[in-house]
Design a binder for this molecule. Structure first.
Ligand SMILES: [Zn+2]
Length: 252
C-alpha cells in the first residue's frame, strides 16, 4: 500500500478484524454490482470508498428525473446519461484510487456469465425477477457468493447466498421462479428514499465481509425490514433439495 492508501483506509486498518491484510484483500478484489439504481447506488459508493480495487457497474438504463429522489450515484446534471457512466464518474470523484468498469447493458445471457465469472462477489441490486433469477443461476453455476437485496414501499429484505458452500440455499430455493408474486415496481408503487439506502448499505457491508473473510455473513438467513415501524426480523433459510437450480440433479 502507498502512504496515501495507508491514510485513506486508516480507519479500516485500525479495526483488528480487518487490519492491513484485510484492506489488501479488498484492494485486490473485484465486485460486480448489477443495477446502478436505488440499491446499487449506496452499495457501489461504499464498496468504492472502502477500497474495493475493481468494481463493475452494470445497468442498461439512463438516469431519469424520477430516479434522483433515492439513486445517490446520480445528480441533477446526470439526467439523460447512461446510469453506468454516471455512476462511474461519481465513484471516480469519491475514490480515484480504484478502477470502475461501466457496462451500459442489461446483464443477461453470455454477458452476465462473463461478469459473474470474473467477480469475487456479486451484488444483485436490480429491480425485476427475470434478472434476479438469471443472476442467481449464473452464481450457482459458477459457485460465486451473491448478495441479494430488494426494497419497495417501506419494506426491504437482504440476504447472502454463499454458493461456494455446498449446503447454501440459492435465491430460487427461497423464491421459486414462476411462483413470483406480482412484480412490484417502484415506478408504480413508490419507495421510501432512505429505505433503498439502508438495504443497499447492508448489501455493501455483507459484500465487504465476504471479500475480507471476516465475521458471519447472512448466508442462510433472510433479513427483513419494516420501515414504518423500523422492525428488523431475521428468518432462517434452508436449501431446497428439489430446487431445479441448485438441488440434486439440477443442471444449472
Ligand atoms: Zn436453490
Amino acid at each position: 500500500m502507498t502512504d496515501d492508501q495507508l491514510l485513506r483506509y486508516s480507519r479500516h486498518i485500525l479495526l483488528p478484524e480487518l487490519g492491513i491484510e484485510g484492506q489488501e484483500k479488498l484492494l485486490g478484489s473485484h465486485a460486480v454490482v448489477i443495477g446502478a439504481g436505488g440499491l446499487g447506488s449506496p452499495a457501489a459508493l461504499y464498496l468504492a470508498t472502502a477500497g474495493v480495487g475493481h468494481i463493475t457497474l452494470a445497468d442498461g438504463d439512463a438516469v431519469d428525473l424520477t430516479n434522483l429522489q433515492r439513486q445517490v450515484l446520480h445528480e441533477t446534471a446526470s439526467v439523460g446519461l447512461p446510469k453506468a457512466l454516471s455512476g462511474q464518474a461519481t465513484i471516480a470523484r469519491y475514490n480515484p484510487d480504484i478502477r470502475v468498469t461501466a457496462v451500459q447493458m442489461r446483464a443477461e445471457g453470455a454477458l452476465l456469465e462473463d461478469l459473474v465469472a470474473g467477480a469475487d462477489v456479486i451484488l444483485d441490486c436490480c429491480d425485476n425477477f427475470a434478472t434476479r433469477h438469471a443472476v442467481n443461476r449464473a452464481c450457482v453455476k459458477l459457485r460465486k457468493p451473491l448478495v441479494s437485496g430488494a426494497a419497495i414501499r417501506f419494506d426491504g429484505q437482504v440476504s447472502v447466498f454463499d454458493l461456494r458452500l455446498p449446503d447454501a440455499p440459492c435465491y430460487h430455493c427461497l423464491f421459486p421462479e414462476g411462483q413470483d408474486l406480482e412484480e412490484l415496481r417502484c415506478a408504480v408503487t413508490g419507495v421510501f428514499a432512505p429505505l433503498t439506502g439502508i438495504i443497499g448499505t447492508v448489501q455493501a457491508a455483507e459484500a465487504l465481509k465476504l471479500l475480507a473473510g471476516i465475521g458471519e455473513s447472512l448466508n442462510g438467513r433472510l433479513l427483513l425490514l419494516e420501515g414504518l415501524t423500523m422492525d428488523w426480523r431475521s428468518i432462517r433459510l434452508t436449501r431446497d433439495p428439489g430446487c431445479p437450480v441448485c438441488g440434486t440433479g439440477a443442471h444449472a
